[in-house]
Design a protein around this ligand. Structure first.
Ligand code: MN
Length: 285
């Protein structure tokens, strides 16, 4: 299933170039009272809602994909976890680029560990990406994003993928500079998730997916998730050894080589095999 959120928090089932509005399928979600859960209750409930989604879809109004504004497929991630330098060629380019390397020591991922991005940085592809510090270099990073579907506490890599709800494209937008990653990558809108969630049953093996990112039609990043230094199951094992992963938690798996600056007016076109494509407009200042 390809599940999206669109317009004013509508819930959609994507079928080719249309979106079926299956919002009524969410009516089964339990009403929640304060204190609200710290995870995403829709993602948590997806296995139980599958039947309702299919039933509602049979008579759901259809909208053309091009006519809707896509939101992040995860509304309330409790954590956005990110893997730095998880492709060897990106590690090499970071070492070679003085603007990246001389302001931060870049080490291999095994030494750096994982970092967290503010959940308030999450946005969908329908919103323009607003550069917060136009005086500084801001880079694009395309990444495969895995969305956790059920509680994972100290799971093994053999068991890890059974905890994944699905996958989407992620942008880990980065301001270059000397500060901690968690600050430079947490500006509003700097975690773009989209265009929709492809449920994990359609991607039994997240290794071997082609990624492609073009800026203004020119290819910048082209790689394959088979080249991840630490693959998705091992990232889940590693992350869950520190903190319990909850439904809706997002793992950005790292960006390949080819990162580069973006500027207001640019158009980013991203594709990941089996997931789909999304276009994000960098807002004019
Ligand atoms: Mn990244």
């Amino acid at each position: 299933m390809r599940l999206c959120r669109f317009n004013n928090d509508r819930f959609g089932l994507v079928s080719r170039d249309t979106v079926l509005d299956v919002t009524p399928a969410m009516s089964g979600l339990q009403a929640r009272r304060y204190p609200f859960p710290e995870h995403d209750v829709l993602i948590e409930s997806l296995p139980a809602l599958r039947g309702a989604i299919e039933t509602v879809a049979k008579t759901a109004p259809a909208r053309a994909l091009k006519d809707v504004s896509l939101l992040s497929p995860v509304a309330n991630p409790g954590k956005v976890i990110a893997a730095p330098v998880n492709y060897l060629k990106h590690l090499a380019e970071a070492h070679a680029d003085p603007e990246i390397h001389h302001q931060n020591e870049i080490h291999e991922i095994q030494r750096v560990g994982l970092f967290l991005k503010a959940t308030s940085s999450v946005a969908g592809p329908g919103a323009p990406l607003v550069i917060r510090h136009p005086d500084r270099r801001t880079d694009h990073e395309i990444e495969l994003a895995a969305v956790i579907g059920r509680r994972a506490d100290r799971v093994t890599k053999q068991d890890a993928l059974s905890h994944v709800a699905g996958y989407c494209i992620g942008f880990d937008i980065t301001v270059r500079g000397p500060e901690e990653r968690s600050l430079r990558k947490s500006a509003d809108g700097y975690t773009v998730l989209g265009p929709w969630l492809v449920t994990a049953d359609e991607i039994p093996n997240p290794s071997g997916l082609e990624l492609h990112l073009a800026v203004n039609g020119e290819t910048r990043q082209k790689a394959n998730t088979k080249d991840l230094v630490i693959d998705v199951p091992s990232l889940i094992e590693w992350a869950s050894s520190y903190y319990t992963l909850m439904p809706g938690d997002v793992i950005l798996t790292g960006t390949p080589e080819g990162v580069g600056p973006i500027a207001p007016g640019d158009v980013l076109d991203a594709t990941i095999e089996t997931i789909g494509s999304m276009r994000v407009q960098v807002a004019k200042a």
